[in-house]
Design a protein around this ligand. Structure first.
Ligand code: GDD
Ligand code: MG
Length: 396
């Protein structure tokens, strides 16, 4: 794979935020023993290197009642080397959709001779294991894991930690293009191969957002991320004293992290999860608030933003007011950060008023925060979980 080097890098304390990198070649050919001339504007990541990182990276697929055909397409696009972890919150009653997903995954693993895991978000054993280690932030009143993609992501990250993976990459199950899935995973692996720090994150930016019949949907979506990025950049600008537009992936659902980084971040429920990850990084390592993890700050945190080639087309979930559903929590995570000063707060209020998302005397909601995974006693958690995991290995 060949990727452009980041044009520039913005630093905030020990956080290095790289500008957007473009995919130049999805396949950059064989290893050349003697490169003709080194070109620092471009990075060639060899196939073997990509495979080495893919092997260490679990691809987490959150799913809730998606069309089975879409799910089958998505798993077919995950590179062979990546172990797959599916976290499902699909219905089990009238039609057991979880069972169907499980069967599809099992069949896929059987024919492709690969490894995957599937867990149900409402699995009582999983919830009990969490309660036993005192990690209750994602548990609901019924003592099971709450609904939500963010809660599913966290449960799946725990499974990846128990499986001793080094990286996790998230890919939604409602993606229409297996080729895009394949590209995301390669971009994640490439980003990690470029990282100098064990604490790194890769966030995807889509080049094409097809409009087809869902134009309004994408327009609104584009508008939401534009506003989130603007407010996030305002926060950074006010800290560094230099105006910046470095953040272009504030809402990136498709993103990946080293588990070393993933386990020390504070998360948030709902659509606040992705912006909150960045906010947690700035709070923890931006050099403004006291360092909570000084040992982790030693190598710094690296953020990569990669623009992919495949168009991104996903399922339209009708009837949702995305502007409010996505914008309010996204901006809430920025607004309620102790890093957020008056100017950015004013900007957020103005943006929300302009979008009719709040009334003049209102503020965006405070995000529902979820404690870092490092607080969990993994040994205890793993022992409760081990016997329960539904593993489909190639040898089954
Ligand atoms: N496990 C689990 N649990 N999965 C869920 C749940 C849940 O409660 N709710 C939704 N999902 C799955 C969906 O089936 C899909 O695969 C994925 O999570 C994303 O959900 P969507 O409902 O399709 O989200 P979206 O398209 O509105 O938003 C996506 O893009 C945003 C912007 O990039 C998500 O990735 C957001 O997290 C992201 O902010
Ligand atoms: Mg979607």
């Amino acid at each position: 794979m060949r990727i452009g080097s980041p044009g520039y890098t913005e630093c905030l304390g020990s956080v290095r935020i790289n500008d957007v990198q473009q995919v130049l070649e999805l396949d950059s050919g064989r290893v050349k023993e003697l490169p003709l001339r080194e070109n620092i504007a471009v990075q060639k990541i060899e196939e073997e290197v990509i495979k080495d990182f893919e092997e260490r990276m679990a691809i987490i697929i959150p799913i809730k009642d998606e069309k089975l055909k879409l799910f089958e397409g998505v798993i077919s696009g995950v590179p062979h080397e990546c172990p797959i972890i599916v976290v499902s919150n699909s219905q089990r009653r009238r039609v057991d959709r979880f069972r169907m997903e499980k069967d599809a995954l099992k069949q896929f693993c059987h024919f492709t001779r690969r490894e995957a895991l599937i867990i149900h978000q409402k699995d009582p054993v999983l919830a009990r294991a969490l309660a036993e280690v005192g990690y209750t932030d994602i548990l609901g009143e019924d003592e099971l894991i709450r609904d939500g993609k963010a809660e599913g992501m966290i449960a799946a990250m725990l499974v990846a930690m128990a499986a001793k993976k080094d990286f996790v990459g998230f890919i939604d199950a409602d993606n229409y293009f297996p080729g895009a899935v394949w590209e995301y995973a390669r971009c994640y692996a490439s980003g990690f191969s470029m990282a100098k720090s064990p604490h790194s994150m890769v966030r995807i930016l889509w080049r094409y957002k097809p409009k087809i019949s869902v134009g309004m949907f994408f327009n609104r979506w584009g508008r939401v991320s534009e506003i989130t990025n603007k407010c996030m950049n305002s926060l950074i600008s006010n800290k560094t004293g230099l105006e910046t537009e470095i953040i272009k992936t504030g809402n990136a659902g498709e993103h990946a992290m080293s588990l070393g980084l993933a386990e020390i971040l504070t998360y948030a429920s709902g659509y606040a999860v992705e912006p909150q990850e960045l906010i947690s990084i700035f709070e923890g390592f931006g050099g403004i608030l006291p360092m909570v993890h000084p040992a982790d700050a030693k190598h710094g945190i690296e953020i990569f933003q990669t623009e992919t080639r495949n168009p991104h087309l996903h399922e339209e979930k009708g009837g949702r007011h995305l502007l409010v559903e996505m914008l309010l929590p996204s901006l809430g995570s920025i607004y309620h950060s102790p890093l957020c000063e008056e100017e950015t707060k004013r900007l957020i209020i103005n943006e929300l008023l302009q979008q009719n998302a709040i009334k003049p005397d209102e503020e965006p909601p405070r995000p529902r925060l979820i404690a870092p995974l490092r607080t969990i006693n993994m040994k205890k958690f793993t022992s409760v979980m081990t016997e329960h995991m539904n593993s489909y290995s190639a040898l089954e």
